[in-house]
Structure formats: structure tokens, C-alpha cells
Design a protein around this ligand. Structure first.
Ligand code: NAD
Ligand code: UDP
Length: 313
């Protein structure tokens, strides 16, 4: 049975990969996006598919559609973009989530929420398990995103308890791969572009802080498995690659793989930048049978090849 699936934020980095995968599995996809950080290039190759439909719409406003499932991804994800208009970032997570939850409630359908490791803030527990409540500065520059996503989780669980709708909450850790925006300031895209152009690699702080990077195909696989999990299973579930690296070692890795002569330079660490991040994925392994397959080196090779072709004259 062909399902009609709504993907909010479908023209973004992860949303475009998810839409491609859902179409490939024989579904119909309705992509709803206001193109704040998404782009038509991300979905250009899908436009000729008769089962793919695009709507320019801001989910902070109500939406009336008939669909079978909702994946809610609409929200800028990089610090530069979510801090550009922080009030709008909180709004998309609160008003936008309420609108999408209202749609799910009216239709009696499942709804997936793209939550984030940022709900753990600058974590005092390491690695992070789903039972950890987090350490978030509620008034800092990252709060619009972190607290916005935390409030979205609250709304999802209240709609579940109060209205009995089926919710699927996945806490996604740093994801990378082709179609990341070149200008969104995220570490993988920044370092790759700097390495390809032979520019200095800008490590913030002393480079000892860590992240765990998951290739986008693995993240999409976790999303699909989460949506397909049994009724009543809500999450939250962590989805990320537990291979933890320091930012300095990431810089060296990218220089090596790109065969670049770039040098590393150090500058100030942004305010409230989490020092360590690594998911405990025991629950995803057990409940979803999910394990990220892509090694960091191999994923970086693919991502570097993508940016080389994009930056080619
Ligand atoms: P992205 O910025 O590429 O995609 C977000 C998409 O949402 C864009 O296409 C943007 O135009 C759209 N959008 C923003 N506000 C909107 C609104 N009000 N109405 C309609 N569309 C709107 O980011 P991404 O990396 O693809 O992230 C997708 C989702 O996954 C986000 O919710 C993000 O918080 C979450 N996430 C991403 C990561 C990551 O590492 N990329 C990690 C954790 C969680
Ligand atoms: N970072 C860096 N240089 C850059 C961009 C980012 O050192 O040019 C660091 C940033 O301070 C953070 C890490 O890399 O510690 C990951 O940053 P990103 O913005 O990609 O994701 P997030 O902080 O949201 O996990």
C-alpha cells in the first residue's frame, strides 16, 4: 500500500535524503518547507517523480492536508542559522510542533519528531543515555534551539498522554554527508571547504572538545526504523554514531583525506559550546535493531567528494 507521507523540512539536508528514501520505497511524499535553510537544489532530482509534491509553507501556521504519516523536521539545525532569528527558532519548535501534532490528532496518524542531542546541553553524564535529563542554559544563545527542542518533546509526550496519538521521538546526534549547506558553519562542512580551498582550518577552542558524527544514510535508516516501531513505543531514542572524536583530530583527518596543505588555527570557543558528546545507543540497537554502519573515514571521503564536485568551477 502506497502511503502519503508528510515531511516537514523536506528540502533541508536530512529531509531531502529522507524524502528520497521514502519515495524509493514506493511512498508518496509531500514536502512542506519554507526554504529558510532548505533549497530547491536539494530536491531538484525528485521533482520529476509524480509521487513527490512540494508546498512552500511555514509550519508556524496551520496546515490542512490528508496524509498517513508525518515526519517533523522543520527547524534550522546549525548554530548560525538557528541563532539568526532565535524567536522564530523557538516558534517553529513550539507553534510548529503544536500545528503538526494537531494535524496528527485530527487524522489519527503517527508523527515522528526529529529531536536532538542538544536536549542534553553541555552534558554532565557521558556517554549520554536517554534517561539523562540534560544540562541546558535556558537563557544562553543556544537556548532557542535546545529549549525549543525540549519543549517540542514535552508537547509530543503530552499529546501522547492526553490525546493518545502515536509519537516517535528520535534524538539525532551530529549528522553529516552530502547536501550539508556550505555556509551553515557546521564543523564538517567548514573544515572540508577550508581543506579543499587550502585555507586555514578554524578550530574553536583548543580542539579537545568532542563530537560523534553519524553519516546521513545511517540517520535516515534510524528514522525509518523508529517510525516503523510497534505502536506504543514512543522513544525517546538516541540515534548517533558512538565513535567519539576530538575536533582537532577531525581537522587532521579531513586534511589527510582531502590531501590538503591547510594549517590548523585556533580561536575562541563559542559560548555554551558543549564540551563532550557521545550517544549511548543501546536502546536503538535493542528496540530498532539499528547500528550505524558507515565509518567516519569512509563517510568523510564521500562528503569531500560531494563538496569537491559542488565547488568545482
Ligand atoms: P536543515 O536546516 O538542512 O533543514 C531544516 C529544514 O526545515 C530546511 O529545509 C528549512 O528550510 C526548513 N524549515 C525551517 N523552518 C521552517 C518552518 N517554519 N516551516 C517549514 N520549514 C521550515 O537541517 P537538517 O540538518 O536537515 O535538520 C533537520 C532536522 O533534524 C531539524 O529538525 C534538526 O533540528 C534535526 N537534527 C539535525 C541534526 C544534524 O546534525 N543535522 C542533529 C540533530 C537534530
Ligand atoms: N567548530 C570548530 N570550527 C568550526 C566550526 C565548528 O571548531 O569551523 C566546533 C564547534 O565549536 C563545536 C563543534 O565544532 O564544538 C561542532 O560544531 P557544529 O556547529 O558542527 O555542531 P554542534 O556544536 O551543534 O554540535
Amino acid at each position: 500500500m502506497r502511503k502519503r507521507i508528510l515531511v516537514t523540512g523536506g528540502a533541508g539536508f536530512i529531509g531531502s535524503h529522507l524524502s528520497e528514501r521514502l519515495l524509493g520505497e514506493g511512498n508518496e511524499v509531500v514536502c512542506v518547507d519554507n526554504f529558510f535553510t532548505g533549497s530547491k537544489e536539494n530536491i531538484g532530482h525528485l521533482l520529476s517523480n509524480p509521487y513527490f509534491e512540494v508546498m512552500r509553507h511555514d509550519i508556524c501556521f496551520p496546515l490542512y492536508l490528508e496524509v498517513d504519516e508525518i515526519y517533523n523536521l522543520a527547524c534550522p539545525a546549525s548554530p548560525i542559522h538557528y541563532q539568526f532569528d532565535p524567536v522564530q527558532t523557538t516558534k517553529v519548535n513550539v507553534s510548529g510542533s503544536i500545528n503538526m501534532l494537531g494535524l496528527a490528532k485530527r487524522l489519527g496518524i503517527k508523527i515522528f519528531q526529529a529531536s536532538t542531542s542538544e536536549v542534553y546541553g553541555d552534558p554532565a553524564e557521558h556517554p549520554q543515555r536517554e534517561s539523562y535529563w540534560g544540562n541546558v542554559n535556558p537563557i544562553g544563545p543556544r537556548a532557542c534551539y535546545d529549549e525549543g527542542k525540549r519543549c517540542a518533546e514535552t508537547l509530543f509526550f503530552d499529546y501522547f498522554r492526553q490525546h493518545g496519538i502515536q509519537i516517535k521521538v528520535l534524538r539525532i546526534f551530529n549528522t553529516y554527508g552530502p547536501r550539508m549547506l556550505p555556509n551553515d558553519g557546521r564543523v564538517v562542512s567548514n573544515f572540508i571547504i577550508q581543506a579543499i580551498n587550502g585555507e586555514d582550518i578554524t578550530v574553536y577552542g583548543d580542539g579537545s572538545h568532542t563530537r560523534s558524527f553519524c553519516y546521513v544514510d545511517d540517520t535516515v535508516e534510524a528514522m525509518i526504523r523508529m517510525m516503523g516501531s510497534p505502536d506504543g513505543f514512543t522513544g525517546p531514542v538516541n540515534a548517533g554514531n558512538p565513535e567519539e572524536v576530538t575536533i582537532l583530530s577531525l581537522a587532521r583527518k579531513i586534511i589527510g583525506i582531502a590531501g590538503s596543505r591547510s594549517k590548523v588555527v585556533f580561536s575562541q570557543l563559542p559560548e555554551d559550546d558543549p564540551r563532550r558528546r557521545k550517544p549511548d545507543i543501546s536502546l536503538a540497537r535493542k528496540a530498532l535493531g539499528w547500528n550505524p554502519g558507515m565509518k567516519l573515514d569512509a563517510g568523510l571521503e564521500r562528503t569531500i567528494a560531494y563538496f569537491r564536485s559542488r565547488l568545482a568551477p
